[in-house]
Design a protein around this ligand. Structure first.
Ligand SMILES: NC(=O)c1ccc[n+]([C@@H]2O[C@H](COP(=O)([O-])OP(=O)(O)OC[C@H]3O[C@@H](n4cnc5c(N)ncnc54)[C@H](OP(=O)(O)O)[C@@H]3O)[C@@H](O)[C@H]2O)c1
Length: 297
């Protein structure tokens, strides 16, 4: 797949510190946004290519999950998000195995449950995840911070899996700025992403600024606000200007921001296809600002 530079990412007004280039690669710290020739976009984080659009699988199980993930891959998704907690790692793994898409083209993410963060539990449950997935893990996240287990203890075992080669990268989820900083200090390897709730009704300016400065990708979960985005007046109106739906506008708003990936979930083919069809239009800066205001009302 040929990768050509040429994206221009958006920053909210509060985060605009310098003029952005109008052409060429957009780099900031370790981050660089790219357009791929087949229409899917990736962000390069510390030289790791992460497709900016992922497929979320929470609440998809068994055959429904397997079918949905296979179809998502057919539709062009190249980033799949699962977790120990979702009870669907086996179905996700089978879908990837059965798909004609080459394994190395898929960026596979799973997460260690909070209750499994004691070192011996990380060891045992990640081995079980690897077994269920039937393939290596591209990105292993701490699903949410533990109140009891020291971060460095969990991260040390995650780092061991990296040394052993079955996990390529690690990261966190549901971490605050301070917790992300602590994870970065405690891990021997870079924290690739912090996966957090982010959509037009949720302000993440502070965390996003921190992540951007530190070269950590922010992965937006629940990008459609768990189904509340469709029907929102402003998003429907902006969508009508571009011939797009409110859901497409919300996803576009996220991935058009520097340093943001989004992982919408959709059970139906129509929704899956709609959510992937977000690379052929661009929101204006004014539209981006208007959407950002939704979380401030
Ligand atoms: N790290 C964490 O703690 C965490 C927490 C929550 C979620 N996540 C991840 O993020 C993923 C996405 O978040 P989410 O599942 O909470 O919610 P979401 O993606 O914001 O929304 C999913 C809902 O929106 C509907 N939908 C999808 N596309 C649509 C479209 N084009 N038009 C209208 N409705 C549409 C879906 O319906 P259908 O399914 O019927 O199409 C579903 O009801 C999860 O699946 C999971 O992988 C991570």
């Amino acid at each position: 797949m040929v990768t050509v530079f040429g994206a221009q990412a958006y920053r909210p007004p509060s985060l605009r510190r310098e003029a952005l280039p109008t052409t060429g690669a957009l780099t900031h710290g370790f981050l660089c946004v790219r357009f791929d020739s087949d229409g899917m976009e990736s962000v390069s984080v510390d030289s790791v290519e992460v497709p900016v659009l992922g497929f979320g699988t929470w609440r998809l199980e068994g055959d429904e999950c397997r079918t949905a993930v296979k179809r998502a891959l057919e539709l062009g998704y190249r980033h799949v998000d699962t977790a120990q907690m979702y009870g669907n790692e086996r179905a996700v793994g089978r879908a990837i195995e059965e798909s004609p898409v080459e394994r190395e083209e898929v960026f596979l993410v799973t997460k260690v449950r909070r209750k499994n963060l004691a070192p011996e539990d990380v060891r045992q449950t990640v081995e079980a995840s690897l077994d269920r997935l039937g393939t290596d893990i591209d990105l292993l996240l701490i699903h949410s911070p533990s109140q009891t287990v020291p971060l460095e203890d969990s991260l040390a075992v995650m780092n061991e899996f990296q040394d052993e080669g079955s996990v390529s990268h690690i990261g966190v989820s549901n971490f605050s700025v301070d917790q992300t900083r602590a994870a970065m200090e405690a891990s021997e390897t870079p924290i690739l992403t912090n996966q957090v709730e982010y959509h037009p009704f949720k302000d993440q300016d502070e965390l996003l600024a921190f992540c951007r400065d530190e070269g950590v990708l922010l992965t937006a979960y629940s990008p459609l606000a768990d189904g509340q985005v469709p029907g929102t007046d402003l998003l429907e109106r902006i969508g009508a200007e571009h011939g797009k739906s409110a859901a497409q506008v919300a996803i576009r708003w996220l991935i058009q921001q520097e340093n943001v990936a989004a992982i919408p979930k959709a059970a139906s083919r129509d929704h899956q296809a709609e959510n992937a069809d977000v690379f052929d239009f661009r929101l204006t800066d004014e539209e981006m600002d208007q959407i950002a205001q939704l979380s401030r009302k």
